[in-house]
Ligand binder design. Sequence first.
Ligand SMILES: Nc1ncnc2c1ncn2[C@@H]1O[C@H](COP(=O)(O)OP(=O)(O)OP(=O)(O)O)[C@@H](O)[C@H]1O
Length: 291
Amino acid sequence: MIQIEQVTYSYQQTPVLKNVTLHESEPIISAMWGRNGAGKTTLMSLLAGHNRPDTGTIEVMGQDPYNNLAAQENLCYIQENHPLGRNWTINDMVRFGQYFHPQWNQGLAEQLIDMFELPVKKKITKFSKGMKTAAQMILGLASNARVTILDEPTNGLDAEKRKYFYNTLLETYEDNPRLILISSHHIEEIQPLCESLIVLQAGEVLFNQPMEEMREKGVLLTGRIEDVNRVTADVKVIESSQMGSTLKVMIDEPYSKTWKDIAHTQGLSIEKATLQDYLVNRTRNQEGIKR
Ligand SMILES: Nc1ncnc2c1ncn2[C@@H]1O[C@H](COP(=O)(O)OP(=O)(O)OP(=O)(O)O)[C@@H](O)[C@H]1O
């Protein structure tokens, strides 16, 4: 469905994406995570054909998306500030969706407009931030595009509406499996939906793995300083904090039976790190970790 092959991209000579390679051949809901400035939006905009890579190639459903109207039939890219026409109402947006997306789901669009309580006569530019986000998400979900790219889709939505959005996304995916790529800083919130996770770090792909495997990463060990140091001497410590004679560390290891047994025999307490904390520590400049 998408093939990104050794893509590089720079803004004014500053490299932002470095040799990015990603393939997805089957429908999937995939999460994209990275720290601010890691290159998520840049990669998504290249995939959507808004810009052209400096080197490397991109294909969406077998076609180069750049400047290619035929390829756009398979694509829906919702950016944080989607440039919806300045004078558009929701009805104008729906007409745009019907025109550009051959698989447009009108019934779903109407259901979502009701659910998000969006006024149909008001201009979208006069909407609140959450209402604008909701309008964009209606376009993204009702498009039914084979490749749907959602950049930070829930910014500004309240908790109830975010939950509704996630449930609807899953329902529409079950009805019409397609590739949905979602970037978010709130990985704990979207991880139950997503079958895989792509992590970008400084313009490179650090991970592209099944979510099931990613969820197992990161172990917290707590105990006496000397015991923790002995047990972790040969593994990568990605966070460390000391209180009196107690040391707590996060190690870059899977939360496995092996580690549970080690902790038990060495008198250490063991916990699974959250995925969010693991990723934050894993992508931090590690020079600060003292042993
Ligand atoms: N139009 C632009 N001109 C110059 N530099 C840019 C431009 N857009 C992005 N950049 C730079 O490219 C890098 C990657 O930005 P990008 O928006 O792709 O990151 P991101 O991972 O989406 O970040 P965030 O999580 O903050 O949205 C950053 O260093 C950013 O400053």
